[in-house]
Design a protein around this ligand. Sequence first.
Ligand code: ADP
Ligand code: MG
Length: 245
Amino acid sequence: MTKTMIAVDDLTKNYGKKEVLKGITEHVDQGQVIVVIGPSGSGKSTFLRCLNLLETPTSGTVSFEGQQLNGLAEKDLDQLREKMGMVFQSFNLFANMNTLENVKLALMKVKGLSDAEADEIAKTQLAQVGMLEFANQFPDSLSGGQKQRVAIARALAMNPEVMLFDEPTSALDPEMVGEVLSVMKDLANNGMTMVVVTHEMGFAKSVADQIWFMADGYVQETGSPEAFFANPQTERAQDFLGKLL
Ligand code: ADP
Ligand code: MG
């Protein structure tokens, strides 16, 4: 049986009078990789941040594993948020901590693990993204791609059930994009449920189970990458893809 991890129902988000999300109803199944694409300003980041209630929806509901998140007490919400790892365009590492300490911090502060327990998990995750040999280095001495791999390891260390990525490679020099996408591809192949906002169409084509095309506050169309890229249904998507060529 397919298990639904995230479900949103008629989700809207306004900033003041500006309607950014105008009614989105979609769901993400366990193990699925959803790639969200669409023009800048179409609400992709807002949508992603609504999934873990970093943004409070104006109306509609967001559920995680069948449990509605809107209206939960902050403490319960925090517990559920731990199950959704998030990686941003700007790596958000702590500059005053080395790589290992960055990954260990939440394990100790949030999960309450001992130093030794956190150490073991952090080293395992750093090894998985190929960053263990940089454990003692500070973020300033790492390349963008290396920083982003540490940020991914930090999110994975919390043992999330879903990973949300918001343009994880957009701030990287071109030669570093590949190493980050390859870590994400490994994750996908290992069965992680993922929602990825990206402009990397090669990644979208080869890794996505479904493309969600967003524009003007709506998910305009969804489909397999094969179907979407070969035969986009809406004029909005045709126009968007046309501009990429
Ligand atoms: P995308 O990620 O697709 O580029 P965003 O979700 O960042 O789009 O933004 C969608 C729209 O919402 C934009 O017009 C943006 O200016 C606006 N917006 C995003 N965040 C805020 C905010 N905190 N306050 C006011 N407007 C916002
Ligand atoms: Mg964005």
